[in-house]
Design a protein around this ligand. Structure first.
Ligand SMILES: Nc1ncnc2c1ncn2[C@@H]1O[C@H](COP(=O)(O)OP(=O)(O)O)[C@@H](O)[C@H]1O
Ligand SMILES: [Mg+2]
Length: 155
């Protein structure tokens, strides 16, 4: 793994394994000051769910192996701690949702409370999510198990 979390809006990491990407997630938890609504972009199997494992672990919200893909359940909710304060971690996968109306039934806007970090796989599909997003994490495969992870946070 290369790359470090620095001050600023854009961070880039390269990883060579799922474990590396979990480590990146652990580092990221430190800069994800709630409230955050982040779109997780990247092709199927690039490691979006894997990254969430690291974030959940660092927040003491769940062990890595307890974090699974919310493909069918659409949303997983965890409770953790960040800088001594309770934090709610929501992990969504909206790949299967079609149209804003189906999305509305999830009530994403109600999840984004002051203590919340909301991570939405495939969130870029929906304008209403893009509009509300406080940032974006994209993962691109670079050959074999290599990945580039780019994190952009708005102010
Ligand atoms: N550098 C890497 N980063 C993340 N996952 C990787 C990497 N190399 C291999 N993998 C494997 O790729 C798979 C990614 O799956 P997953 O996180 O569910 O992807 P997504 O949620 O993007 O569909 C896992 O089996 C993981 O072990
Ligand atoms: Mg996934």
């Amino acid at each position: 793994m290369t790359g470090a979390v620095a001050e600023g809006k854009k961070f880039e990491f390269t990883t060579q394994s799922g474990t590396d990407t979990i480590d990146v997630g652990r580092k990221l938890a430190a800069v994800l000051q709630p409230p955050q609504l982040l779109v997780l972009r990247g092709d199927l199997g690039t490691g979006k769910t894997t990254l969430v494992k690291g974030i959940a672990q660092a927040l003491d919200a769940a062990d890595a192996d307890e974090v699974t893909s919310p493909t069918f359940t659409l949303i997983h909710e965890y409770e953790g701690v960040r800088e001594g304060r309770p934090v709610k971690l929501y992990h969504l996968d909206v790949y299967r949702l079609e149209g804003e109306r189906q999305l509305e039934s999830l009530g994403i806007e109600d999840l984004l409370t002051d203590d919340a970090i909301v991570l939405v796989e495939w969130g870029e599909k929906f304008k209403s999510i893009r509009k509300r997003a406080t940032g974006e994490i994209s993962i691109a495969a670079t050959g074999g198990d290599g990945r580039t992870i780019t994190v952009m946070l708005k102010d």
